[in-house]
Structure formats: structure tokens, C-alpha cells
Ligand binder design. Structure first.
Ligand SMILES: [Zn+2]
Length: 407
């Protein structure tokens, strides 16, 4: 299908509801947004629905299964925050032409202390030896190595283990700062895994572009908020994994939602229904979302959905829960949707997506209802397109699962 129009629909552009009811798609690109249906195009009736840009999950660890599952939930792009290049690169090539996979960007290997996080979680997985930098003088070579593997941005782990109750050696602040500087010299962003206020401060002082988690050990301080705003940093919230760490029951609730369960394999349903349970303080993170957002620090929606076996989350499904949690943190439905579409696209330089406007890529989701006033409608998927290719049998609506794939 190279030319078609979604008609009679509400249109969320990635920033606001447009004065438009028709979106015309030609050759994988959005050709027009307005009220006119061109002569002779195939029409897809969007009556009673809302057309959204394909969603972007700004923090995952993914593979083929992850990309396939994500797309069923309207997540058309995943931003991987650490992967093994030998596995990621072929997958990334396939996602360029296989439209039943979400698209993906990656940091490739992250910078971790040789004895630190996440090695304690990865023993036995057969990883090759991780490249690292232990001195500031090794920073430029570390960054060059990741760029040669195809990294789109650089990821740095600042994790002293307090989060998980296991003390771990951590990348020294001087090395963090040197790697951030080296990344900037090469024109790419440097992002820091920070799950504690102390780690967030290291990221801020190093001049990082963003943090890949919102810490929850305390509510974010006024001083950090001011500095993050002044440095134009962004925060990828990962409230979904924090909720799982806080045993708030979101995973089991989501897994029991027919709109979710009908699109997941049994293994992913079981994975989602379990909880991480490591004593995370979700209420601190939700309070911090409100403070950061009202101060004008950019909030990006990301889940930390990872490979099968990391409990409490599932690719795609958990991003819808992240939206719910952002609303609980004080964002309006349209602000939460922007955090999962246009703002993330802009921050990552993916300006061909995350928006419904002429010239943008036709990564789209059509849902029943109006998620700009009732956010949970995002799960009422009627259709998903990647680059104008409609995903076969993406639909899943509450109480009606006859059309969804048997998995
Ligand atoms: Zn992660």
C-alpha cells in the first residue's frame, strides 16, 4: 500500500490536537494533514478514533523479540541503552526494511566499571570482554570505539549499587566527565545511568545531556532542578521499572488487561506479571516528575524494558504504563504523549518521526477513543503503521480479542 488516507479522525501531532481530520500517506511518508481527501486514494475510516505518531520508548534493552513485541503496541522506535554490537547491528539493519519490527537506535556497549554494574547481573550470559575506560586519558578511545560499532549516543553507568543493596565499584567522576567531553567532541550525546541523587549529581557535574533514569532515593532537590534546567538536560523517567521495583502491582495489572495479554506471548505475559521488588520509592519519583516538569526540565518517556527474564516489564506494553505514571506525576495526557513522541524524537535528532506533519515518516498508531483526554485509550489499538506499512492484525480492544494473533 503506497498511497492511502486515514479519514474522519482526531489527529494528535506529537504536540497538540490539530485542526485536521485527514492524514494522507504516500510512499511511507506523511504527504498532507488537513481536511481534504484526495481523489482516488484508499480511505481508512478513523471515525471515533485518534491518530498518533508512533510511540518512542527512550530506554530499552532490546532484541528481535523486543522489537516485534513493541511494534504491536504502537511503539515504532526503541532507544536501546546498552547492547552487544554483534547482536544489535544485524538487527538494526533488518529493522530498516522489515516493517514488522520497531526501529531501533543504540548506545552499543555502555561504559561500566570492570567490576561494577551491570556485570553482577550479566554473569553467565556469555558476553565478550566489555571495552571500558578506567582513566580520563582513555575516554576518547572509548568513544571512538563505540562510534565505530555504530553507536548513536554514549551511555555511562554511574551505579554504586546502593539501589540494589549491593555495594559496587563505580566509574570515577573524572572518567565520566572525560567521556562526556569526548562524546561532545565527536558530536554525539552522552547519557548517564543514574538511579540515586548522588549519581544524578555526577551526571550534572559532568555536563551529560541526560539521565536514563529518574532517581527515587529522595525527591530531586531544588539545586539539581536548577542545574538541569540551566544545562538543558533531559530525564528519561523509567517510572515503569521503578514501579516494579516498588512492587506497586502495575505489571500484574497490565498483564491482566486483555488489550495487553492478547498481544503478548505466554512467556512475556508471565514476565510482565512478576515484580522486580527491590524497595524502590515510587512516590519520590512521581513527586520529582512534577517538580522537574513544572520547572521546565524535559521529561522523556522510557521504561527500561529489557530481555525476557527482567521481571515486571514487557516491550511496548510497559510504555503505556509509563504514560499512566507520567500522568500520576502531574503531566496532562497531551504532555505525557509528547514525552513519548515528539520531544524524544527531537532530543535524539530523530526529526523524521514522533510527529504528524507533511514530510514526516508514516510511523503511526490509530486508537479508538481520545487519549488526549483519557490516556488509557492508547491501548485501544486499531492499527499500527511503520513507514506506511500496516502491521497485520495489530488491533486489540478491551473485551474483543478475536482479531489478535494467537501467540
Ligand atoms: Zn536500562
Amino acid at each position: 500500500m503506497s498511497r492511502f488516507a486515514v479519514t474522519n479522525t482526531r489527529v494528535f501531532t506529537g504536540a497538540h490536537v490539530a485542526d485536521a481530520s485527514v492524514v494522507v500517506i504516500e510512499g511511507g511518508t506523511i504527504a498532507a494533514v488537513g481536511h481534504e481527501v484526495p481523489e482516488g486514494v484508499e480511505e481508512i475510516d478513523g471515525g471515533g478514533g485518534t491518530l498518533l505518531p508512533g510511540l518512542i520508548d527512550a530506554h530499552t534493552h532490546t532484541d528481535e523479540d523486543g522489537l516485534r513485541t513493541a511494534l504491536r503496541f504502537g511503539v515504532t522506535t526503541e532507544l536501546d541503552m546498552m547492547s552487544v554490537p554483534e547482536a544489535m547491528n544485524p538487527l538494526r539493519r533488518r529493522a530498516r526494511t522489515e516493517f514488522d519490527l520497531a526501529d531501533v537506535r543504540t548506545s552499543s556497549w555502555g561504559l561500566a566499571h570492570p567490576e561494577g554494574h551491570p556485570h553482577q547481573l550479566r554473569r553467565g550470559l556469555g558476553d565478550p570482554v566489555w571495552p571500558t575506560a578506567t582513566e580520563p586519558s582513555e575516554a576518547a578511545a572509548f568513544v571512538a570505539g563505540r562510534l565505530s560499532e555504530g553507536a548513536d549516543y554514549i551511555k555511562i553507568m554511574v551505579e554504586d549499587g546502593a539501589t540494589f543493596g549491593t555495594p559496587l565499584p563505580v566509574v570515577p567522576p573524572g572518567v565520566v566527565a572525560a567521556v562526556v567531553e569526548a562524546a561532545h567532541e565527536r558530536g554525539v550525546m552522552a547519557l548517564v545511568h543514574a538511579f540515586s541523587a548522588r549519581a544524578t549529581r555526577v551526571a550534572v557535574e559532568a555536563g551529560a545531556d541526560g539521565v536514563t533514569h529518574l532517581h527515587y532515593d529522595e525527591v530531586v532537590s531544588d539545586d539539581l532542578i536548577t542545574r538541569m534546567r540551566e544545562q538543558d538536560m533531559f530525564v528519561i523517567t523509567t517510572l515503569a521499572v521503578t514501579a516494579s521495583g516498588a512492587s506497586d502491582g502495575a505489571g500484574p495489572r497490565l498483564a491482566a488487561d486483555l488489550r495487553v495479554a492478547s498481544r503478548l506471548s505466554a512467556a512475556w505475559r508471565d514476565n510482565l506479571a512478576r515484580e522486580f521488588a527491590w524497595n524502590a520509592q515510587l512516590s519520590n519519583a512521581l513527586r520529582s516528575v512534577a517538580l522537574l516538569h513544572s520547572a521546565g526540565v524535559a521529561i522523556l518517556a522510557g521504561t527500561d524494558a529489557a530481555h525476557l527474564g527482567a521481571p515486571g516489564l514487557a516491550h511496548g506494553a510497559s510504555l503505556h504504563d509509563e504514560l499512566r505514571l507520567l500522568e500520576a506525576g502531574g503531566l496532562s495526557p497531551t504532555e505525557a504523549l509528547t514525552a513519548a513522541t515528539r520531544r524524544t524524537a527531537d532530543r535524539f535528532g530523530l526529526t523524521d518521526r514522533g510527529r504528524i506533519e507533511p514530510g514526516a515518516s508514516a510511523d503511526l498508531v490509530l486508537v479508538d477513543g481520545d487519549p488526549t483526554t483519557r490516556l488509557s485509550s492508547t491501548l485501544n489499538t486499531r492499527a499500527v503503521w511503520r513507514r506506511g506499512h500496516r502491521l497485520a492484525r495489530a488491533g486489540a480492544t478491551e473485551g474483543r480479542d478475536a482479531e489478535v494473533p494467537a501467540l
